[in-house]
Design a protein around this ligand. Sequence first.
Ligand SMILES: [Cu+2]
Length: 138
Amino acid sequence: MKPIPLALAALFALPAWAEVHEVRMLNRNDQGPMIYEPQFLRIAPGDSVRFLPTQPGHNAATIDEMLPEGAAPFRSKINQEFGVAFDIPGTYGIKCSPHYAMGMVMVVQVGDDAVATIPEGLPKRAADRFQSIVEGVE
Ligand SMILES: [Cu+2]
C-alpha cells in the first residue's frame, strides 16, 4: 500500500465536516398552517441550519426563554434565506416573528441531551405546538 501523502493525512486529522440542515418556512403543509418543515432538528454542535423562505412572509428568530445559556440570539429578515451555526449544546426554541402567536415555532436540539422542558408563559398556540413537537421526539 502506498503511504498516504502528507496533505491528505492532515485532512483526515480534521474533525468531521459540520453539516448544514435545511428548514423550509411554509404557510401550510399537511401538518397545519404557519409551519416550519421539519419542526424538529437534532444536530451536532457546529452544524448549521439554513432557513429557506419557501413561501413568503416568514423569518426565524430565537425565543429568549428557550435559548441555552451563552448562546447568541438571532432574528432573520422576513423573506430572506438565513443561515446560522449552532455551537452551544442545548434546546433552542425558534419562532417566526409575525406568526409566533399563531404557533409558528420549531425546536433545534444541539447535542445529545434530552429536549429541555418547555417554559410556561408562551403564547397558547406556540406552547401547544411545542408540546406536540416534544411528544413526537423519541
Ligand atoms: Cu411565519
